[in-house]
Design a protein around this ligand. Sequence first.
Ligand SMILES: Cc1cc2nc3c(=O)[nH]c(=O)nc-3n(C[C@H](O)[C@H](O)[C@H](O)COP(=O)(O)OP(=O)(O)OC[C@H]3O[C@@H](n4cnc5c(N)ncnc54)[C@H](O)[C@@H]3O)c2cc1C
Length: 399
Amino acid sequence: MSVVGPDQLAAGFSLTPDQLDLQQRALAVGRELREDGAEWDRVDLAPYRQVCERMREAGLLGITMPTEYGGRGETALDYVVAVSSLIRTAQTWIAPEPLFCTTGPGVSMILLGDEPVRRKYLPEIVAGHLGCAIALTEPNHGSDLTYLETTAHRDGDHYVINGSKSYITGSGVNELYATFVRFDDIPGGRGVGALVVEADTPGFTTTKGPEFIGDRGIPHGDLHFDDVRVPAENLIVGAGQFARLMSAFNMERLHNASLCLGLAEAAYDEAATFVQNRQSFGRDIIEFQSVYHSLAEMWVKIEAQRLLAYRAGASAEGGRFPQAHDVTVAKLHGSKIMTEVTMASLELHGGYGVTTDYPIQRIHRDAITSVVAGGAPAVLKNSIAAMLFPDRRFPQTKG
Ligand SMILES: Cc1cc2nc3c(=O)[nH]c(=O)nc-3n(C[C@H](O)[C@H](O)[C@H](O)COP(=O)(O)OP(=O)(O)OC[C@H]3O[C@@H](n4cnc5c(N)ncnc54)[C@H](O)[C@@H]3O)c2cc1C
């Protein structure tokens, strides 16, 4: 029986011996979590702290964070390799979530802050003692981030925050929230900046939010800010630096692109095993040419995604964050092929595909659930077209 193995994953892109070692470690840790992941999905509850501890032991936290804050000082490409490999074998998005909370956009944004906020939080986050979620989306605003309504006003040596956020992954689980706010009621993107909010600050509460069909186990819930006072030193960036903030946000899209790769690979692995074991009309179904071709089509899509995700990771070399063009292309392509590949694999499973006896239904649910996270496809297309035709941008705002 032939299923393409982990040793062949790097085909078409030359990884260093250290990166190959990282890949093997991540694949091995992911395998350990596979059975638990099915249960976390079923009961919609995961022991996040335990998973975080396992990732710390495996040396997978704070991958791109500078060594001066306890990080590993590795590259964004290492991050792509680790995240995609973990989810490929774990088949649960929760496996790489501690990497997201210790290397992803929230903690990357803190790197944009002044030294006091970095020193205060980064070592504890990178060590896995504090988790950092990212909070942009609001009940009335998602794609239209520049319209956000959560406000921050300076009061002496504090900022006072009012408003609410929704769909925040890790709400109620994480200790810190890198929160996008509008400073001093300044309209548009010019007024948007960010602050770190600690979960035990008076006036800050979380609620669980709606039940999700995929990406289950950790809440994607709501945050409420009722005159929440945070010290002025918790400022990440103030008004007028929206573009800088979004450069750190590119780590979110890099994470999404890596998840897309790993989930598509997981779906391929399941299909490859199933079609070599299931018989129909007296033969293994892999011997039907349409099935054979379906696997080849999945594989080509995965290979293209691997190259785009690796390129997006490599685009950060020499700089701190990956390039907007490369991460946006990789996330858009990844969302599309992840949905197609997981659906194709589910179809190849026949009726078994929609039973909970096989993991493909969960892999597909997780895939469609994560399509809009970090940016809806239509919004990513707007960004890409605007980069291609900078003098033909059209206003997104009404009037
Ligand atoms: C699993 C999951 C996890 C998430 N985790 C987080 C998190 O941790 N932190 C956080 O802040 N947010 C999080 N989100 C929220 C996510 O970022 C938003 O759902 C996303 O940005 C889209 O916003 P929206 O849902 O408000 O959709 P809307 O902005 O209402 O858009 C709905 C649809 O309208 C269309 N549309 C909107 N604007 C345009 C436009 N300008 N041009 C063309 N079409 C357009 C698109 O088709 C879009 O899909 C998460 C979401 C999911 C599903």
